[in-house]
Design a protein around this ligand. Structure first.
Ligand code: GTP
Ligand code: MG
Length: 197
């Protein structure tokens, strides 16, 4: 799959802002600063399509991208900032919950974790949440360019173990820098978006 014409559509602060269409949406979830926007930019072959984060702790938006008029990428606000005040956390939870719970177009989630670290309790919570919605997902362990081959194997094992992934769960090591894992990601995206039927 090669993306030629990605377009930013809207930053949504509530469901009333969601774009109205009948295409599939693939959402990208993960901790703040883990590399969600960078991964989207790598997939769409643009340096600056997905806005990279501004100040942490502000209520962020859900950003929608129209991908070649075939499906949508949805950049979800990052979680896991320890210093965020409670009211912002609540808003974040509501923003994400509204999206996951109500969005009929949602066909798949790319959940991004840092390949160098043990998944955090927030990561575990997020995955539990995703599983409860019964939406197809892939765990993408990013920044793999920072690991040696030996370390990659170790980290893959650790992450799968910590997140209780089974053989049937989708997993890939990725890097926005070297494009490692791109084909595996596209294969998942193609399947859930109905492009590879
Ligand atoms: P929020 O929007 O705040 O939630 O952050 P994000 O998850 O969108 O992360 P973003 O893409 O802005 O990347 C955060 C930092 O990690 C940036 O400095 C990126 O350059 C860096 N980064 C992202 N992906 C990779 C990667 O694959 N390899 C390396 N080496 N650095 C990366
Ligand atoms: Mg971002």
């Amino acid at each position: 799959m090669k993306i030629n014409n990605p377009e930013f559509v809207i930053s949504a602060y509530g469901y009333e802002d969601y774009p109205d269409h009948n295409k599939a949406e693939i959402a990208f979830a993960g901790r703040s600063n883990v590399g969600k926007s960078s991964l989207i930019n790598m997939l769409v072959r643009r340096n600056k399509l997905a806005r990279t984060s501004s100040t942490p702790g502000r209520t962020q938006s859900i950003n929608f991208y129209n991908i070649d008029r075939k499906f949508y990428f949805v950049d979800l606000p990052g979680y896991g900032f320890a210093k965020v005040p409670k009211n912002v956390k609540d808003e974040w939870g509501e923003l994400i919950n509204d999206y996951l719970y109500h969005r009929d177009n949602l066909e798949g989630i790319v959940m991004i974790v840092d390949s160098r670290h043990k998944p955090t309790s927030d990561d575990k919570q997020m995955l539990k949440w995703i599983r409860s919605f019964d939406i197809p997902f892939i765990i993408a362990a990013t920044k793999a360019d920072k690991l040696t081959n030996n370390k990659k194997k170790k980290q893959e094992k650790l992450i799968k173990n910590e997140l209780n992934l089974s053989e049937n769960d989708n997993f890939c090591l990725v890097s926005a820098k070297t494009q490692e894992g791109k084909n595996k990601l596209f294969s998942f995206i193609g399947k859930v978006s109905g492009q590879f039927k």
